[in-house]
Design a protein around this ligand. Structure first.
Ligand SMILES: NC(=O)c1ccc[n+]([C@@H]2O[C@H](COP(=O)([O-])OP(=O)(O)OC[C@H]3O[C@@H](n4cnc5c(N)ncnc54)[C@H](OP(=O)(O)O)[C@@H]3O)[C@@H](O)[C@H]2O)c1
Length: 235
C-alpha cells in the first residue's frame, strides 16, 4: 500500500507501541487519528508526528471500555477525516501475574473489555467505512500470549487468544474483499505496560517498541500482492 495521505486510526497511541507506530507512520506522510484516554500525552504524540511528516494528526480522547464514548469517537473521526484506510487495534493493558484466584473481578472485566471487547466493537464500528475503500487494512496487535500459554497470565492470555480468534475469523469473512487483516504476536516489548500494574520486572533487553513499529510500517508498505497476515516477533 502506498501510505502517503492514507488515513490511519491507531488505538492506544498515547504511549508504548501505539505511540511508536504513530511516529513511524508519520514519516510515511499519513494522516493520523489517535485514540487513548490521556489527552496531554496524545497531543504531544500528534505534535511530534506532525514534525516527522504526518500530513494531519488529530487526537481523540476516549475510554475504549465505554461503548457510548467509542461510538461518538468513531463518528467524530469519520466526520473529521471523511474516511479511514487503516485501523490498527493496539490499545491494551497487562494483568499483573497471578493465579486466577488472586485476580480480582474488576481486573478480569477491565482486561477483557479493554483488550478484547473494545477491539471487537472498534472493528465493527469502522467496518462500513473500511469496506468503501479501494484498499484497506486492519492490524490487530495481539501478543505471544495470544499463541502460547504462560504461567500467571490467565486473563491476559484469554483476551489475547480471543483477539487471535477474532482476527482469524475476520480474515475468512473478508476474503475476496479489499480489506486485508493481520495479527501481530510479539513477545515482551520494552514499554511501561507491566509497571502500570505493579509488575516491576526489568524490561531492558526486550523488543524496542520503535523496532516493532518498523515491522508494522513494513507490513503496510508492501505491494498489493504481498500481505503478511500472521506476524510473530520475538526478542
Ligand atoms: N509491552 C509488551 O511486552 C507487549 C507484548 C505483547 C503485546 N503487547 C500488546 O501491545 C499493545 C500495546 O502495549 P504497550 O506495551 O504499548 O502498552 P502501554 O505502553 O501501556 O500502552 C498502552 C496504550 O493503550 C491505551 N489504553 C489502555 N487502556 C485504554 C482504554 N481503556 N481506552 C483507551 N486507550 C487505552 C493507553 O493509553 P491511555 O492510558 O492514555 O488511555 C496506551 O496508549 C497492547 O495490546 C499489549 O497487550 C505488549
Amino acid at each position: 500500500m502506498k501510505l502517503t495521505n492514507k488515513i490511519v486510526v491507531i488505538t492506544g497511541a498515547s504511549d508504548g507501541i501505539g505511540k511508536q507506530i504513530a511516529l513511524r507512520l508519520a514519516k510515511e506522510k499519513v494522516k493520523l487519528a489517535l485514540i487513548a484516554r490521556d489527552e496531554v500525552k496524545l497531543k504531544k504524540v500528534c505534535s511530534n508526528a506532525k514534525k516527522l511528516g504526518a500530513t494531519q494528526c488529530k487526537s481523540y480522547v476516549c475510554d475504549l471500555q465505554k461503548i457510548d464514548q467509542l461510538g461518538k469517537t468513531v463518528k467524530s473521526i469519520i466526520s473529521d477525516l471523511k474516511t479511514v484506510d487503516v485501523l490498527i487495534n493496539n490499545a491494551g493493558i497487562w494483568q499483573k501475574l497471578n493465579p486466577i484466584e488472586k485476580i480480582n473481578s474488576e481486573i478480569i472485566d477491565t482486561v477483557i473489555q479493554t483488550n478484547l471487547t473494545a477491539l471487537i466493537h472498534t472493528t465493527k464500528l469502522f467496518m462500513p467505512t473500511l469496506k468503501k475503500r479501494p484498499e484497506a487494512a486492519i492490524i490487530n496487535i495481539s501478543s505471544k500470549s495470544g499463541v502460547v500459554a504462560q504461567e500467571g497470565q490467565s486473563v491476559y492470555t484469554a483476551s489475547k487468544y480471543g483477539v487471535r480468534g477474532f482476527t482469524e475469523v475476520l480474515k475468512e469473512d473478508l476474503k475476496g474483499s479489499k480489506i486485508r487483516v493481520a495479527g501481530v504476536y510479539q513477545s515482551g516489548t520494552n514499554t511501561n505496560m507491566f509497571r502500570k500494574t505493579g509488575d516491576n520486572f526489568s524490561t531492558t533487553g526486550l523488543t524496542n517498541p520503535a523496532d516493532l513499529a518498523d515491522v508494522v510500517a513494513y507490513m503496510l508498505s508492501l505491494p498489493k500482492q504481498i500481505w503478511l497476515h500472521d506476524v510473530r516477533v520475538e526478542y
